[in-house]
Design a protein around this ligand. Sequence first.
Ligand code: SF4
Ligand code: SF4
Length: 260
Amino acid sequence: MRNAPPSWERDLARMLREARERGLLDSLAEVYASFPEVTCDNCARCCFESPGLFYVEHLAAVKMLLDLEEGPREAVLRRALREVFFSWIEPERTCVFLSPSGCEIYERRPLACRLFGLVEPAQRDQAEAEARMAARREALRLELMGIRIPEAVIQRTLLSCDRVRDMNGQPVRMDADEMAARVADLDASLLPREVVLQEFCFYSLGERLCAASLGWETVEGTRLQMLARAQEGESVDDLLDELWRRARPDLALAADGGVR
Ligand code: SF4
Ligand code: SF4
């Protein structure tokens, strides 16, 4: 993980402007539009965590945040903060965009959400195994630093659902690698290719905003402190309030695309 945030993370306003000028947000919408219309049970089980975003999807999400009123925007940021700092000890959580009425950004949801339930079983099983291995590796790393990770957190990876159907009631299959390559190509017109390959869609909105506003090193150091204090018995809600008071100005600035 990198330490200081590079310019493309800090200067989101400029990057958002460039993405618009080059038509990248429109191209992203075209990728999304190439998915068939589908139905499912809308149970929201797949919304158990915030999706990883490609960089151009992150810019689109920042634009969505800018479109929100201050109250709802801060609610999303607060949920993002909770996810970034406490998700390793809280098995029960949901995506920052999930509200009681469903996904707040459904029409503009990212690629990871659109692919859910549409990938070939072999591709899906491989992704699931890789996600669990990555979670287990991170849990071992945190345990070496004294943080105990509940097994339920490692096992919560959920990448499969067989209830997605097209409008004729038939299962739908998409090539996840091909769709990901199309969005990665959009990222590559804004970022160095090695960064695109390294970051791919591995970071969520919260992670990218926290890294942009605080820097990865501060995020990591603070997260370890917060997790340790929670495991010593302090309330996560109280710790989150403390964190919110400290991080809110920087986080709000990052979410504003550095406009203020
Ligand atoms: S895709 Fe599957 S898990 Fe997600 S909401 Fe639909 S039925 Fe539920
Ligand atoms: S963005 Fe929407 S569809 Fe995707 S995980 Fe979040 S709530 Fe679910």
